[in-house]
Design a binder for this molecule. Structure first.
Ligand SMILES: [Zn+2]
Length: 338
C-alpha cells in the first residue's frame, strides 16, 4: 500500500458551497500536496473557481488543476435565444423553459408553472463560453469539465441542485437531450478554438452512451481534419457504460478516452456479485486508461480526502486485476501529459 501515489482525477466543490468558505478553500488548495482535478459545475461554484484561478498561490501549486464547464444538470439555465423587442422578461423566461424542458412521466400532473417560478432568467450561453475560452487561453493549467449529457436526471422542484429554496423533491421535468447536446457540443468545440497542445476534458454521461459515442466519433473526425497532430484526453468520469462501449471508445484516434472509477458509482457492489464480476472484466480491458476519482466536494471531504482515495485503492486491490494499482498513477501522468 505504501507505494500508492495519490491523486483525484475528478472532484468538486459541494453543491451548497458559498463564498464564505472561500478563504479557507484558498488556503487548503494553496497547500494541496498531491494532484487534484477540480471541476466547475454551475453558476454557483464558478464564482469561486474563477476567483481561485486568479490566485497566485493556486497558480503556483501544480497540484491544483482547475476546470471550466457547465454540468449537464445545469444546462437548462443557459440559452442561445435573445429576448424579442418588447418581450417582457417573464415571457422570455417562460418561452425558454417551455422549449427546453420535457415531461419525465406523461401521466404525472403538470406543474411546470410552479417549477418555472423557481428558475432564474436564463443566462446567455455566448457570454459564459467567451469567459471560459478566455480562462482556457490565459492559463495552461485550466481544463474543461464537467460537461456531458444525462438522459435520466430530473430537475429538482427547487429548480436546480444547490438552490437555497426550501422546496425539496424532484419535479416531473427533464432537460431535453437536444438542448443538452447543444450546450455540450458548444463546450467541446472550445477544445478546437482554444487549440492548446495540452488540454483535457472531464465528461459526465448517464443513460446516453450511444449518443455520446456518436458525438465523440464525429468530434474525433473533426480534430483529425483540423488539428491532426493533436490528441485530446477525455475522461469519462464514473464510467457507467458497457464493456463493448468502452472498447468502441478506445478505438477513437485523436480522442484518447480515459475511464474514471469512483467508489460511489463503480465500487458499491458486493464482492463476487454479477456487477462486481463485470467491473473486474471491464478493469482488465481498461487497465491502462483507468483513473481514480472521488467525485466529492473537497470543501466537505477536507482531511478525509486522502482516506477516500486510499479506500478506492483498497477496494480495487480486492478485484485482483494484475498491475492495476501500479497502472493507475502512470495513467494519471499520461492523462495530465506530465
Ligand atoms: Zn462530477
Amino acid at each position: 500500500m505504501d507505494q500508492i501515489r495519490l491523486y483525484d482525477s475528478h472532484c468538486h466543490l459541494s453543491p451548497d458551497v458559498t463564498i464564505n468558505e472561500y478563504d479557507e478553500l484558498k488556503k487548503s488548495l494553496g497547500n494541496q500536496e498531491w494532484p487534484i482535478n477540480l471541476m466547475m459545475t454551475n453558476h454557483i461554484d464558478r464564482e469561486l473557481i474563477f476567483k481561485l484561478m486568479d490566485e497566485e498561490t493556486i497558480r503556483n501549486n501544480k497540484n491544483v488543476l482547475l476546470n471550466v464547464g457547465i454540468h449537464p444538470w445545469f444546462t437548462h439555465l443557459y440559452t442561445n435565444e435573445k429576448r424579442n423587442i418588447n418581450e417582457p422578461e417573464i415571457e422570455f423566461k417562460k418561452r425558454h423553459y417551455f422549449s427546453i424542458l420535457e415531461k419525465h412521466s406523461k401521466n404525472a400532473s403538470d406543474e411546470i408553472d410552479k417549477l418555472i417560478e423557481q428558475l432564474p432568467i436564463p443566462e446567455n450561453l455566448d457570454d459564459i463560453i467567451e469567459i471560459m475560452e478566455d480562462k482556457l487561453k490565459s492559463n495552461n493549467n485550466v481544463n474543461i469539465g464537467e460537461i456531458g449529457i444525462d438522459k435520466v436526471a430530473r430537475i429538482p422542484n427547487s429548480g436546480y441542485l444547490g438552490n437555497s429554496s426550501s422546496i425539496s423533491g424532484l419535479s416531473n421535468y427533464r432537460i431535453k437531450m437536444s438542448h443538452q447536446l447543444k450546450i455540450f457540443k458548444r463546450q467541446l468545440n472550445l477544445i478546437i478554438s482554444v487549440n492548446r497542445k495540452k488540454l483535457s476534458t472531464s465528461m459526465h454521461c448517464v443513460g446516453a452512451q450511444g449518443t455520446m459515442y456518436e458525438c465523440l466519433k464525429k468530434f474525433d473526425g473533426l480534430i483529425k481534419e483540423k488539428q491532426p497532430d493533436k490528441v485530446v484526453n477525455m475522461a469519462m468520469h464514473s464510467y457507467s457504460g458497457s464493456i463493448d462501449n468502452a472498447k468502441m471508445l478506445m478505438k477513437l484516434s485523436n480522442v484518447k478516452v480515459w475511464f474514471g472509477i469512483s467508489e460511489f458509482v463503480n465500487l458499491k457492489f458486493e464482492k463476487d456479485s454479477k456487477r462486481w464480476l463485470l467491473l473486474k472484466e471491464l478493469l482488465h480491458i481498461i487497465r491502462d486508461c483507468a483513473l481514480v476519482e472521488t467525485d466529492f466536494g473537497v470543501d466537505r471531504m477536507k482531511n478525509e480526502h486522502k482516506g477516500n482515495i486510499l479506500q478506492i485503492y483498497t477496494k480495487l486491490e480486492e478485484l485482483e486485476v494484475n498491475d492495476l494499482n501500479t497502472s493507475l498513477y502512470e495513467n494519471w501522468c499520461k492523462f495530465r501529459q506530465v
